[in-house]
Design a protein around this ligand. Sequence first.
Ligand SMILES: [Zn+2]
Ligand SMILES: [Zn+2]
Length: 379
Amino acid sequence: MPELDLSLPATSAYVAKALEEIGITPSLVGGSGLTFTLGNAATSGKTVLLRADMDGLPIKEETGLPYASCNGNMHACGHDMHTAMLLGAAELLKAHENKLSGTVKFLFQPGEETMHGAIEAIREGVLEDPHVDAALMVHVMTGMPLPEGTIVASSTEGIISASSDWFDICIKGKGMHGAIAGSGANPLETVTRIYLSLQEISKTMLAQGETVVISVGVIQGGTANNVIPETAVLKGSVRTFSDSARLKAEVMIKECAQQTAQQCGTTAEVTYIRGCPSAITDHDLNQQLINTIIDCYGESSFLDINKLMPGGRLPGSEDFSFFTREVPCTLAFLAAGCTSDGYIYPIHNPRTAFSDEVLHRGAAIYAGFALNWLKSNQL
Ligand SMILES: [Zn+2]
Ligand SMILES: [Zn+2]
């Protein structure tokens, strides 16, 4: 029953029940999020946060699997896997609570896909009381030529995923008969010119050494062959790695829309929404994570993200990035479906599938990392 955005009542109730069965009572945070701590009352130590997201996507599932979603939404990003893995980690750490040299805070987070969840949980104080000193998230991967169970992490600190912002450009022109379209103020012409100019912004910024990906997903306007409409709309998304490129892209897109509209005798209204920043990892936490992966599953199970992606950076984004801007963080990616085993569809595809054979690995990495990090960072 994949649910969307911040409101996951059935998912949240399911997770709360599973936790209560092992003697844990969670509290609500950030919409349908759940949080609680485990720790050895005899030792006062630092606090490490383990975060899993739980939300699905508004995609109609076409996998044909016996357990496929029937409610019109889909866990096409594997967040149900993350939820299961963090539940596994909770069970493991609850059973070994007396071995913890500090506190483990858990966060089952809604609203990742919409970028509302992390920021909402932070606003509601999930990083305080007790104050969080470090954080880890795990994400599954599928539809890639990576052996099942491979765990990817970064040996280098810094930016690991892109920022994600959106823009809506609404052009107002002058509706008229198609026969006199040449007389100006055609919003469709403005939108077309803006579309082409946006590609130039990417090229200009690349020439200045900054990567920006601007994609247009919506162009709307007009109703009939011989009628020039009053308005037209263009919507897109923007991804960058550095904060300076993020700001520069925003300024350039707004300028491009205004100037192009003016040249065409139309006006532009730009709504620019900041989604999430790029995610940043911490050197010491990355090392601790890699040691945990190798301890648990051996050298052959670990893959450095620098060998997978140029510069060790993912083009996608993750709202966990909000946590990475507050406390030292690290991220692991778990291969849960190899192309050669028939897992040929990427995440967010209606036919994407994941192998649940890897769930124990995710649970162990979450639990092992928390245990090891607290041990090596005792007060
Ligand atoms: Zn996703
Ligand atoms: Zn995801």
